[in-house]
Design a protein around this ligand. Structure first.
Ligand code: CA
Length: 230
């Protein structure tokens, strides 16, 4: 049985929204459209969409806020559309739990390719059985429960921080290059600043190494990163 994927577009520029709607329908997706942030959020929470394509600049409620509120209750995949080529915007969107982003103007083929990858990844991650716990020293991560603790003290991570830590811990004691990390955590189709890895390693250190006065995450100069415990 083939399930038709249902995509919600939240974009106030009517022409762009209409164009996306037609292109996605042409690809065989079922599509809903909202031109308003608040209305889009209501729709996103009320229906079981497979993906939301979310513009950042929206009337009544901006895209970051829509994303933040979706993430409070749902893992629904979100691709952000940003007009500004602003690294902070991208980092913030990813930090809030967006799966991907595109800077306007973008080629429709690029969006379609990223959607295909995202749906493929999602299916793959559902079918891969994960171990119940990963550990490194006193750090324990529960992939199924989305929980991490250090010696019993819970650590609050964003989705992307969690995915990065999970990848590092799965490869405990192994040196990972930035590219390996990018491809495995952000996906092969990630097109953006490779500094994103360093930024997120810093976030993790601030939440794991620093508060517990430990060093688990090591920089291997000129190569990448490694997690290990004594
Ligand atoms: Ca807009």
């Amino acid at each position: 049985m083939i399930l038709i994927k249902h995509i919600l577009i939240i974009e106030d520029e009517v022409k762009i929204a209409r164009f996306l709607e037609l292109e996605l329908q042409h690809e065989g997706y079922e599509v809903s459209v909202s031109h308003d942030g608040r209305e889009g959020l209501t729709l996103a929470l009320a229906h079981s969409y497979d993906l939301v394509i979310l513009d950042v600049m929206l009337p009544s409620l901006n895209g970051m806020e829509v994303l933040r509120r979706i993430r409070q209750v749902s893992d629904l995949p979100v691709i952000m559309l940003t007009a500004k080529d602003d690294v902070m915007d991208k980092v913030m969107g990813l930090d809030l739990g967006a799966q991907d982003y595109l800077t306007k103007p973008f080629a429709i083929e690029e969006l379609l390719a990223r959607i295909r990858v995202l749906f493929k990844l999602k299916t793959a991650s559902l079918s891969t059985k994960q171990p119940n716990t990963l550990s490194c020293g006193k750090l324990t991560l529960y992939p199924d429960k989305f929980e991490v603790n250090y010696n019993g003290t819970p650590i609050i991570l964003t989705k992307k921080e969690f995915e990065l830590l999970e990848y590092l811990m799965k490869n405990k004691n192994i040196v990972l290059t930035r590219n390996q990390i990018l491809e495995n955590v952000w996906g092969y189709n990630y097109i953006g600043d490779t500094n994103i890895v360093d930024v997120y390693i810093r976030y993790l250190r601030n939440k794991i190494d620093q508060p517990f006065e430990q060093k688990l995450i090591f920089t291997i100069r000129g190569i990448g990163y490694q997690i290990k415990a004594d």
